[in-house]
Design a protein around this ligand. Sequence first.
Ligand code: KG4
Ligand code: ZN
Length: 352
Amino acid sequence: MKILGIETSCDETAASVIEVTGKNGIKVLSNIISSQVKLHAKYGGVVPSLAAREHVKNIGHVFNYALKQAGLLKFGFNRLDLIAVTRGPGLGPALLVGLTFAKTISWLHQKPIIGVNHLEGHIYSNWLSPVAEISKKDFPALNLIVSGGHTELVLMKDHGQYKIIGETMDDAAGEAFDKVARLLDLGYPGGPAVSARAEQFSISNFQFPIKFPRPMKKSKNFNFSYSGLKTAVLYKIRELKNDGIKLTVSIIDEIAYAFQEAAIDVLVQKTIRAAKEHNVESILLSGGVSANKLLRSELKKNATKMGIKYFQPPMEYTGDNAAMIAVAGYFTYLKNKKTDYKSVKIDANLAI
Ligand code: KG4
Ligand code: ZN
C-alpha cells in the first residue's frame, strides 16, 4: 500500500510517499521538505500569512518531487492508495493550503483521504525508525511530545487511543528555547542554536555559577511551565549587564548550558515519574525538540535504568515532515476505512 503524506501546518511545506508492506513494514520512498525558516527568521517567528503564501508557491513542486523520488511520476496517481494530510493543530491559513491541495487530488483521482492530527504525526515519527520496531507489546506507551507549540505527556493505550496526562501551562519547551535564543541574539529557530552553544560550554570555561530554576519539577501533577524559566534567563542577563559584565561568547555558552540543563531536567524527571505511575511498557519521544541530544540521551538513560523500553525518532524525522503524517494516516485508516473528502476539515486548535 502506498500512501501520500502532505504537511503544511507551520513553516515547512512537505510531501512524502511511504509504502507499507505486510502489517507494519514501513518504507519511506520519498520525504521532501521545503523550509521557510530563513524567510521567517527576520521576524523572529512564523508569520501565518507569509507561511500560507509560501506554501501555495511551493506545494506543487514539493509534491511533484516527492512523486518523482518515489518513482511514481510516470504512473501518475494510479499507484497511490491513500492520501493523508495534516488538518490541525497549526496555523489556519497554512493548514488550508495543504488540505485544499490534498482534497483536490482526492476528488480528481478518486483516492481516499484521511485528515491527520499533527501531534499524532509526531508520535508516529517513531514508527519510521529502521532499527526499532514498536509492537502491541509496547503498549501502553507514554508519549512525550515536545515542539515549538506543544509540550504534552500523552498516554497511548493502543493505536488511536490517547489521553493527555500533562501539558504546559504556558510556553512550550521549544518556544522557551526560541525565546532564550532571542534574548541571547542567537537567531531563529532557537533550539538548535541554544543547544549548539550549550555544547560549547565546558566546566573549564566556568565563569559564574549560573543555575536556573526547574519550574513545576516537584509538583504532584504532570504539567509543565516554561515561561518562568525564560524570565529567569532574562533577569540573569539583566543582572550581569547591571554588574558591568559583558555577554562574551563564553558567558553566552554558559547561560545556554544552564538553561538547557534546567529545561531538559524537568522534561526527563516528569516523564519518568509519569511512566512509573502509569505503569507503561514504553516511552516514546517526539516533536522538534526531540532533536535535542541531551534530551535524547538523558531520557534513554533514565528509561533504561527503570527497565522501560525507550523509542526516539530518527533525527531526520524529528522536525515537521510528511512521512510521519503518512504513517499516522495509515494507522488511522486501518481503524476506520470510511473516508470522505468532503468531511475532512481543518481545525487550527485540534487537540489530540
Ligand atoms: O515540531 P517542530 O518542528 O514544529 C512544531 O510543530 O512546533 O518543532 C520546532 C521546535 C522549535 O521551537 C525549535 O527551536 C525546536 O523545535 N528545536 C529544538 C532543537 N531542534 C529544534 N529545541 C531544542 N534543541 C534542539 N536541538
Ligand atoms: Zn511539529
